[in-house]
Write a protein that binds this ligand. Structure first.
Ligand code: PHB
Length: 378
């Protein structure tokens, strides 16, 4: 290998793949263990709270990459109680101390931009209006995305062609706001059955205008968002999360591989920083099954940084990076329950178990900032 002495190369070989440094365009990451975006439902009245300072800084390492929880881009974007937003001045101001705390510890922090679309309820919408979507068909699933909590979704209102342009602009403004809050970049949430995914998937999108029908048409709205956001803050600060194989929130596609590949190739045209994909094995958000499907073709098609997520642990995380299947791995539940996850992986230390019962409760401490660190480091 050019420019590297044998002994340095031998040293690198001894480092587990997840702990090897990585250059993500202008960002110098000291390891490959990413904090996955996770809604924690502790942002009262849609505003990030002071307790988020501790939560995120606990999970920050020097040169570590963190993706913040889904943050609504507009007043119609929310679909759960106590998720943060990034469309008002108050929300932007509230994020600042959280971002500062991450930066003080040397972390790199992206804001996830989210619109729930039809995975919402009139009670979260301005004036009790129906949620918006590409369709007027409701979600038929009787549970939320966790596969457990009961849900009954109302019929959404189908956006007119003209209104779609305004939603694209909401993402653009939210990206600007995220930068104003101090974030290093944004991740566009195009996964998990929320608004962008609703447009992408042929089992939901029933439009007859230029935003429905062909693959190209279904990807138009997501790619317009990518273009608008990249124009606003620079493509080298923009990532996107996709879940072509998942059908969370009743959002399935008849040809997920073609969809994933089309998106991976199209994203290259905008030069976006990263593509973050959920593994096909994730049958629900929390449970995996055996499948022949994989992300390798998408990984090969995409020219930027490729992040994978979905049920990874230390062993298969090292394997997927070591074999070239991904550059980075996002960890959700394990990172939630182990604020010092990179350190534990380094030492091959035991992990705290996560408690599902407190994933989505609203307590500012319990199940949030009270997971213990390794004792040896205290
Ligand atoms: C998700 O991406 O799965 C997600 C987003 C926002 C939530 C909950 C789950 O509030």
């Amino acid at each position: 290998m050019a420019g590297i002495s044998m002994s340095a190369q031998e040293n690198l070989d001894l480092i587990p793949a997840l702990l090897a440094p990585y250059k993500m365009a202008s960002f110098s990451l000291s390891h490959r263990i990413v904090l996955a975006p996770m809604s924690r439902l502790r942002s009262y009245n849609f505003v990030a709270q002071p307790h988020a300072v501790l939560y995120y800084s606990q999970r920050t390492t020097q040169g570590g990459f963190l993706i913040g929880e889904a943050s609504g881009v507009s007043a119609t974007a929310q679909g759960y109680p106590n998720t943060p937003g990034v469309w008002t001045k108050e929300q932007v101001e509230a994020w600042k101390p959280v971002v500062d705390a991450v930066h003080k510890k040397g972390g790199i922090f992206f804001c996830q931009l989210w619109h729930a679309g039809r995975a919402s309820d009139n009670c979260f919408q301005p004036d009790g209006q129906p949620p918006i979507s590409c369709t007027d068909k409701p979600i038929r699933a009787k549970t939320h995305i966790d596969g457990v909590t009961e849900a009954s979704f109302p019929a959404p209102r189908k956006l007119t062609t003209r209104e779609i342009t305004r939603v694209v602009d909401d993402f653009r403004k939210a990206a600007r706001n995220a930068m104003e809050a101090g974030f290093d970049g944004v991740e566009i949430h195009g996964a998990n059955g929320y608004l962008i995914d609703q447009f992408l998937k042929d089992q939901v999108n029933d439009r007859t205008d230029e935003y429905g029908g062909s693959l190209e048409n279904r990807c138009r709205f997501p790619l317009q968002i990518v273009e608008a956001v990249a124009d606003e803050i620079g493509a080298d600060r923009v990532g996107i999360r996709l879940s072509p194989f998942a059908d969370y929130n009743d959002c399935a596609d008849s040809n997920p591989e073609a969809l994933g590949l089309y998106m991976a190739r199209s994203l290259n045209k905008y030069g976006v920083l990263y593509c973050h994909m959920i593994e096909p094995r994730m049958i629900t958000q929390f449970d995996s099954r055996k499948t022949e499907d994989g992300l390798l073709r998408m990984r090969k098609a995409f020219e930027g940084t490729f992040i994978v997520a979905g049920g990874y642990g230390r062993k298969d995380g090292n394997e997927v990076v070591g074999s070239g299947g991904a550059d980075l791995v996002a960890f959700g539940r394990l990172f939630l329950a182990n604020p010092d996850l990179p350190r534990r992986f380094e030492l091959n230390a035991a992990l705290n178990e996560y408690d599902r019962n407190t994933f989505y409760t609203h307590d500012p401490v319990v199940g949030y900032t009270d997971y213990p660190f390794l004792e040896t480091d205290n």
